[in-house]
Design a protein around this ligand. Structure first.
Ligand SMILES: *Cc1c(COP(=O)(O)O)cnc(C)c1O
Length: 371
């Protein structure tokens, strides 16, 4: 079976580096907020081209920390992409704020034109969490313009888009801060949970360093009621030694697989949306669109051909049962996002796929008789 990920092959590749990192960390005997986290943060910030990276326990926490650092509080309205991992909206709910959902574009990303209309109509919206979904970069010039015109505080959700660029600019450089995740399936996955907040702003970085450690400003002096949300030394050592050096190669491999799919999946029943104009995508996922009601038939066919598939996501965020009791706004009705979710299926695109497996995925897609 060709899976959505292959951690057995990854282990064969990275295992030695992880053993060495474990040995180094263990010999030092320091497990929380030490040299390994500092070194990984420095490497990550350097790679991203931003001044600060602050290691956290998860991507969810990174979004929450960014929002809190910018003053998001109960009663605030937060514009947020309508299709994403649930963590994106959960971070907003945890601050006590109310999510506001725009429509999506043809790639399933937030429609920035519709975002502008919503912001014109609701000038009280001060926060925006745009998601660079599937590894595609949103238009950063438009994000800049929205931020300036509406005085927005923007946390870019880069959990799926580490390394993605828009017209040469890294995603995460248009907002005040960028959140990312090291969940194992992400493009830069840890061997456990982890996340980071990246920013050029000293005060956002300072707040987040304090917040992740119980709000501790000095030893046993607590400036704010923070959280326990620290990236631990072992994960930082693993990410620094095994993850960071491989990330460029992993990303190139994802891009080559995506190019092969785009060129060779020719079944007219399967729509393969091209990446958004200007986006240098990092292909965290490879979404295709099948006709309404055809998801089960498509997935069954691929499974019979030995190819796993997934849905990202079966529901738009505002359709999630957990969100119904909470207050949220959906000014356009959300029809486009809900429809997109009824058509989307993800194909395997992880960097350990062999060329023969890529060919098998293509053949499986092209042999599907949609009926
Ligand atoms: C994975 C993901 C998150 C959450 O990251 P965790 O580390 O799992 O908390 C947030 N947003 C998006 C878009 C994601 O894909």
């Amino acid at each position: 079976m060709i899976g959505m990920n292959d951690f057995t092959r990854q282990w064969a590749d990275v295992g030695q580096d992880l053993h060495a990192a474990l040995e180094r960390t263990g010999r030092r005997g320091w497990y929380i907020l030490g040299e390994e986290v500092r070194r990984f943060e420095e490497g990550l910030a350097g790679l991203w081209g931003l001044r600060h990276a602050v290691g956290l326990a998860s991507g969810l926490d990174a979004i929450e920390a960014g929002l809190r650092a910018l003053g998001c509080a109960p009663g605030d309205l937060v514009l947020v992409s309508p299709i994403s991992a649930f963590a994106t909206v959960l971070a907003i709910l945890r601050t006590g704020a109310t999510p506001v959902f725009p429509e999506c574009d043809g790639n399933g990303l937030a429609d920035l034109g519709h975002c502008n209309e919503i912001l014109e109509a609701q000038p009280s919206i001060r926060f925006f969490v745009p998601v660079h979904l599937y590894g595609h970069a949103l238009n950063l010039d438009l994000l800049d313009e929205l931020r300036r015109r509406h005085g927005l505080s923007i946390i870019e959700d880069c959990a799926q888009s580490i390394g993605a660029k828009w017209n040469g600019r890294p995603c995460g450089s248009a907002g005040q801060a960028a959140a990312t995740s090291f969940y194992p399936t992400k493009n830069l996955g840890a061997w456990g949970d982890g996340g980071a907040l990246l920013t050029n702003d000293d005060s956002i970085a300072g707040f987040t360093r304090c917040w992740r450690d119980y709000g501790q400003a000095d030893k046993y002096r607590h400036a704010i009621a923070g959280a326990n949300s620290r990236l631990d030394e072992l994960q930082a050592a693993f990410l620094h030694d095994a993850g960071l050096p491989r990330l460029p190669g992993w990303t190139r491999r994802r891009a080559r697989i995506a190019a092969a799919y785009r060129q060779s999946i020719t079944n007219p029943a399967i729509a393969v949306p091209p990446p958004p104009a200007g986006s240098e995508s990092v292909w965290h996922l490879f979404p295709v669109l099948v006709p309404e009601g055809m998801k089960p038939s498509f997935r069954r066919h691929l499974e019979r051909c030995g190819v796993a598939t997934a849905e990202h996501y079966p529901l738009a965020l505002f359709e999630q049962p957990a969100l119904q009791p909470a207050r949220f706004l959906c000014p356009g009705g959300g029809q486009r996002a809900a429809t997109f979710c009824r058509h989307e299926i993800s194909l395997p695109v992880h960097p350990y796929l062999t060329s023969a497996e890529v060919d098998r995925v293509i053949a499986a897609c092209n042999s599907w008789a949609a009926a």
